[in-house]
Design a protein around this ligand. Structure first.
Ligand code: SF4
Ligand code: SF4
Length: 175
């Protein structure tokens, strides 16, 4: 896959956070804790190279059958709940939002339902409460990333999962 300019994407998200105040104080930075056994953050294709040999984290190759990016190796990053802020991976910068593509429409954003059990912002489910600068930059970064075929396929697959989840009667009981 064509090389992604990670530092440029990271830079766009360096100075924005979901709320204008530190939302980690609301929840004790839950999304940085190992809230489930073996939980970690997915890395996008090629992003793993940035994290090799760093002392605050390690990366693990995901078995091919579970790989998120067609035709690419997929890695997960495990950390100890603390990292140098400027080094955090992309999905930590864009959480609690995730990209979503509705049939025939442009890429948009929705809350990452995978974070519902831990994140008060996902539970609130109101994007108007987020810092608009954060929302704009996250969208711009995902638009840029969707130009890469493997990442576009990942977004489409995730969007289908989101649709299935919305139609799941058990899920409806929880919302
Ligand atoms: S879990 Fe949600 S509210 Fe808490 S730090 Fe993460 S994004 Fe912010
Ligand atoms: S890499 Fe950093 S931001 Fe991401 S979960 Fe770990 S401590 Fe939190």
């Amino acid at each position: 896959m064509e090389k992604i300019n990670w530092s440029s994407l990271y830079q766009q998200l360096d100075s924005v956070t979901p709320l204008p105040v530190d939302c980690g104080k609301l929840c004790g930075s839950k999304c940085c804790t190992e809230w489930d056994n073996g939980a970690g953050v997915y890395l996008l294709p090629g992003e793993e190279k940035i994290f090799q040999g760093l002392d605050w984290c390690n990366t693990a190759l995901i078995p091919k059958i579970e790989a998120a990016f067609p035709g690419e190796h997929s890695y997960i990053l495990h950390c100890r709940g603390k990292c140098p802020r400027r080094q955090r991976p992309l999905l930590c910068r864009t959480f609690p939002l995730t990209p979503y593509i509705e049939a025939e429409k442009d890429i948009g954003l929705v809350f990452d339902e995978g974070g519902r059990l831990i994140c008060p912002l996902v539970q609130l489910g109101d994007m108007r409460r987020l810092d608009p600068r954060f929302v704009r930059r996250v969208l711009s970064v995902w638009k840029r990333l969707s130009e890469y075929k493997a990442i576009k396929s990942y977004i489409i697959a995730r969007s289908k999962e989101i649709d299935n989840c919305r139609n799941d009667p058990w899920k409806k009981l929880l919302l």
